[in-house]
Design a protein around this ligand. Structure first.
Ligand code: AHG
Ligand code: MN
Ligand code: MN
Ligand code: MN
Length: 336
């Protein structure tokens, strides 16, 4: 009987978010409506990704983005879907996307009180070979309802009110937080609904996995080099860590959240600020990892304390299990 109750008591993402909203009597449901539009965008991208190979949606779109990267067709399609879903929600004022050089300022008739920073398709280099990719988003609450400006999003990540990602892999999994813990939902394609599958995710305090692109080792600074050295040749008699690196931040962070360990995109001589973008990669993932009991560090400070100066600013990032990040913090503090 219990199993039956389990099966019929479907906790959909919509029901979950409404439950969360009911904990805030003052809430007018704006965040709930915004999240439902983000969920719609994720469902659309999930279906596009699943049939990308068949629908000739792989390959290049023939343009390059502000990052100097060649845009893939799915980069552009995903960006268009999220821009439309977010602006039509009537709950947004400023939109920042990896794929758009300038921010979008929603016109007055559709203006809301939230700013959304997003990476419509993360891990684009993995599209054509069918490896997991994803969407990353972060949400700031505006303290005014006038026309938006870049200043509305050039704030510390600690001011975000929600963040999440959707991973398009063997299953479509949406993980997000509105500030009281992290929950994961899996899309049931037969229902077209995200169902709660990973309630209250807590990252293991210490992990046995390190995740970094070892191909950049030649250019790493001393603390990163030392950390990876210790991971491979532990000084004490502990066993070496495993290396897992997928090359899609969403997939690497999702594994880190569930299994523990550390994910790193360090600075190096070639890119002194690392590669990952503060607003729509570093901030949302750092917010989630902290909400799950882990840490996120830039090599100098807590990642969420960063205040970006421009929209596509990059930062080195070390995030994951509390104890593992503590170790890298010690190595960097020894250099100050
Ligand atoms: P995007 O595809 O949105 O540009 O992001 C790619 C990022 C991130 O997903 C991943 O962690 C990183 O690029 C991998 O970079 P390297 O290939 O340099 O390791
Ligand atoms: Mn890109
Ligand atoms: Mn990305
Ligand atoms: Mn991207």
């Amino acid at each position: 009987h219990q199993a039956d109750a389990q099966r019929t008591d479907l906790m959909t993402i919509t029901r979950f978010v409404l439950n969360e909203q009911s904990k805030h009597p003052e809430a007018r449901g704006d965040l709930t409506i915004l999240l439902s539009h983000i969920v719609l965008g994720c469902k659309f991208v999930c279906s596009a990704v699943n049939k990308a190979g068949l629908a000739k949606l792989i390959g290049l779109a023939g343009e390059t983005n502000v990052q100097g990267e060649e845009q893939k067709k799915l980069d552009v399609l995903s960006n268009d879907v999220f821009v439309k879903a977010l602006s039509s929600s009537g709950r947004t004022n400023v939109l920042v996307s990896e794929e758009l050089e300038e921010a979008i300022f929603v016109e007055a008739s559709h203006r809301g009180k939230y700013c959304v920073v997003f990476d419509p398709l993360d891990g684009s280099s993995n599209i054509d070979c069918g490896v997991s990719i994803g969407t990353i988003f972060g949400i700031f609450l505006l303290d005014h309802d006038n026309a938006g400006s870049n200043d509305d999003v050039l704030k510390p990540g600690s001011e975000m009110v929600a963040a999440g990602y959707c991973m398009y892999g063997s299953s479509c999994t949406l993980v997000f937080s509105t500030g009281s813990g992290v929950n994961g939902f899996t899309l049931d394609p037969s229902l077209g609904e995200f169902i709660l599958t990973h309630p209250d995710i807590k990252i293991p305090k210490k992990g046995k996995i390190y995740s970094v692109n070892e191909g950049n080792a030649k250019n790493w600074d001393e603390p990163t080099r030392l950390y990876v050295e210790n991971a491979k040749f532990p000084k004490d008699d502990s066993s070496p860590k495993s290396l897992r690196y997928i090359g899609s931040m969403v997939a690497d962070v999702h594994r880190t959240l569930l299994y523990g360990g550390i994910f790193m995109y360090p600075a190096d001589k070639k890119s002194p600020f690392g590669k990952l973008r503060v607003l729509y990669e570093v901030f949302p993932m750092s917010y989630l990892v902290e909400q799950a009991g882990g840490q996120a560090f830039t090599g100098k400070e807590r990642a969420l304390d960063l205040v970006p100066k421009h929209l596509h600013e990059r930062s080195p990032i070390f995030l994951g299990s509390y104890d593992d990040v503590e170790e890298i913090k010690k190595l960097y503090s020894a250099t100050i």
